[in-house]
Design a protein around this ligand. Sequence first.
Ligand code: GDP
Ligand code: IMO
Ligand code: MG
Length: 436
Amino acid sequence: MMMMMTHLIVVGAQWGDEGKAKVVDQLAEFADMVVRSQGGSNAGHTVKFKGETFKFHHLPSGLLYEEKACVIGPGVVLAPHFLKEELDSIHAKGYSTKNLKISDRCHITFPYHVAQDKQQETLRSSHNGSKIGTTGKGIGPTYMDKVGRMGIRVADLFESEITLKTQLQTILTQKELTELFTLETLYTLALEYKAILAPYACDTLALLQDALKAGKQLLFEGAQGTLLDVDFGTYPFVTSSNATAGGACTGTGVGPSKIDATLGVMKAYLTRVGEGPFPTELSDTVVGERICEIGVEYGTTTGRKRRVGWFDAVIARFGVEVNGLDGIALTKLDVLDSFETIDVCTGYVHVETGAHYDRLPTSLATLSQLKPVYETHQGWLADTTACQTFEALPPNCQAYVKRLEVLMDCPVWMVSVGPDREQTLMRRHPFALEKV
Ligand code: GDP
Ligand code: IMO
Ligand code: MG
């Protein structure tokens, strides 16, 4: 197959955990660099390789290819102690992280961010029962301080003692933290963070721009998913970064004109962790329990049981539009192998007015009054996990995928029928796309 020079963005097109890591790990073979652009320790990306399971949180999923550069861009927030645990676990498995580069512009999560995250969740629950169900990693407060211009960046850790202490003191005062943390405690922590980050920190903008000029292929790995995007997700039940494709540009400093294609990852059904609306939810039903058990739907970062539901084409179309998707990687199709019938939501109907909706409303109150309209597909009742080509899939299974393409108005380029690298059916290779 002829490979073209392509810079590819991979994003989650649902509520996260779509199988981005598996797809990125697989495509990384064809890229020179794998780049993360947003999110942080809230992400949980699982790669199965040579019988081993790797769980990445901050780290790009391309890390198992030792010759590939892995870059963490400025849009990512870092929890250095947690990052160290992640690095240690990779080293313990015999892999090197010498090609990891971390932007000196990344913002740092301090313990007060984690405390604030937990406190906000408690307050939200006790006041109106609407906690977000965050991962508790301090992600929201770290991004709040970044936007509020009260953050500490990696580069700040490398400033002189007097400069860093002045910055920390300003933050302690501004955030009214003086009763909880002393300047010395924070400064000591900052020095620990500096030691962890020193081998990796650099100006990744220069690195990426040089790579572009040298004709290297870049692969951008999204974290979370479209419906968790702070601008386009089911706000406020979202994360605090732009998980949509635009985030790959703002979070790395690679301009949109350089991007050749955007691939959206979607499950053949739907899951969500945390609170918030979910029109096709099947949790606490027999079917839902079966999908959850067969799909092993438990969170990679928090271990929480994921909520599950049928594929929602309204959400899928939204993902196609918001990200400008060129193609889809449809994952976990094998999880549906044993279902006699499979429902797909094609639109919603308002329970009171009877009005039909084929777009996602902004208002969560409206969304909560919408019921899915389903079409029912006959299942294929056959094991797909050993299929090597799309044509080898049972006819009903192929028909299911083709129907989703029509409903989404976007082609399915890759189909995943198991967690391993080999269990991927490539209909059109994303890196073979010619720029038009
Ligand atoms: P990510 O956050 O989008 O990278 O996804 P996660 O790693 O959190 O969750 C996806 C889970 O599904 C992981 O445990 C993967 O190993 C697994 N997985 C990925 N693709 C497939 C597939 O096609 N079939 C099955 N059965 N499991 C898959
Ligand atoms: P990956 O990259 C699924 C969810 C949390 C919560 C909301 C806000 O593995 O797909 P946060 O801690 O970010 O403030 O939590 O977002 N969430 C995820 N759900 N996959 C993820 O990442 C997620 N990262 C955050 O459950 O509902
Ligand atoms: Mg995940």
